[in-house]
Design a protein around this ligand. Sequence first.
Ligand code: BGP
Length: 457
Amino acid sequence: MKTFPKDFLWGAAISAPQSEGHGSLNGKSPSTWDKWYEMNPEKFSKNQGPEHTSNMYETYCEDAKRMNAIHLNSFRTSIAWTRLLPDGKTVNSEAVAFYRSYFNELRSNGVKPIINLFHFDMPWWLMKKGGWEARESVEAFAFYANTCFELFGDLVELWTTFNEPMVHVECGYLYGYHYPAIHDLKKAIQVGFHTLMAHTLAVKSFKEGKYSGQIGIILNVSPCYPKSQSKEDLEAAQLADLLNTKSFLDPTVLGTIPENLIELLAANELLPKVETNDLNTIKKNTVDFIGMNYYQPRRVQAPTKINQPALSPADFYEHYDWSGKKINPYRGWEIYPEALYDVALMIKNEYKNIAWYVSENGMGVADEERFMDQTGMIQDDYRIEFMQEHLAQLHKGIEAGSNCFGYHSWTFIDCWSWLNGYKNRYGFYRLDLENDQRTLKQSGHWFKEVVDRNGLI
Ligand code: BGP
């Protein structure tokens, strides 16, 4: 029996834009996702946009009962900035009533809300002023964060500022998957720095306001493994780790920006604009805990072609062919549970053994209907095996002394996802797109047993 620590948080994660639906109703203003969809619906899988999703804006009461039915004791979602502050300044009272009722409903079902403030959903009004490229977004975010602490601080104990900040940096400014879909390394770095400052000012405001509870950030950690032990590949893995992981982990947990990152950016004429007090503010406002999203490792090798100064991350490291690795045949991502153990030890050894939790981990499956049995239940043994293996590695990390306090699966109900629409299903509950009906999958039954015994057999 692998028993987890007392009071371990067993839950699931989602975001407002992927679950609430009702894009333009109830006073919400558009985010970049709503607008991008309006402009280019063909970019989205099967032309499905974020206007409906799993409709939790209307179904949260029943959904909280569904969480309780499988004994989840925590749930992470986000607040939609565009719903709470449609113009950035004026509080939308319907949004306040909705979120207060939603969080109360979770709590009365024995589910602790973990509330995140930004999950890729930049308000359109702010995007028109430059989005994260503009310094104005830093103060705008801090104002929004403080409004949330004021309005919901009595219902929320665990806050996080951003989900996977590196994703809106890379996908929006390097790879074309998120609006504004441009390819500009220098802008990407400025966007990353402004995001870091927005996070920092939110933490500062939380601490100065003496709100109860704790504040953290959610990062996507894909440990970087080199293709070979050659000096070049090892260096590429270190650079990938520096750019993707340490760039946010160091400042948010340790209060410092790695010296070698500053040197690298300076050597490539990529240093962002920084204001006088910024580094000091970062130093003083570190987080109480971190959330780690983990899906797959990063396999890297030395770059085959180098530009000087650098034009893209490929000038520092390249991903290499995954052949020979265990791959999720239904989603295409590598399955490597051992990385969770490596993450646990990295946090223990390099990041002050700070409290942390797995804020997302899960297995996406395309065309999951094919696994439905005659009773209508999805028999997702592959997902059970996936979670079992990841939890075993996490347990090993905890046994080794890592300070992990929870595990959140992605996700609770199959959800809409960015450009992928409903292609990849992840939920404990299957979502029927015709009628919004939710049906528990085999993995949901299995997870309930894990929660009940607080561990694995
Ligand atoms: C994470 C995001 C989630 C979710 C998940 C699954 O990076 O935080 O929002 O989308 O990935 O990704 P996908 O839906 O593309 O399979």
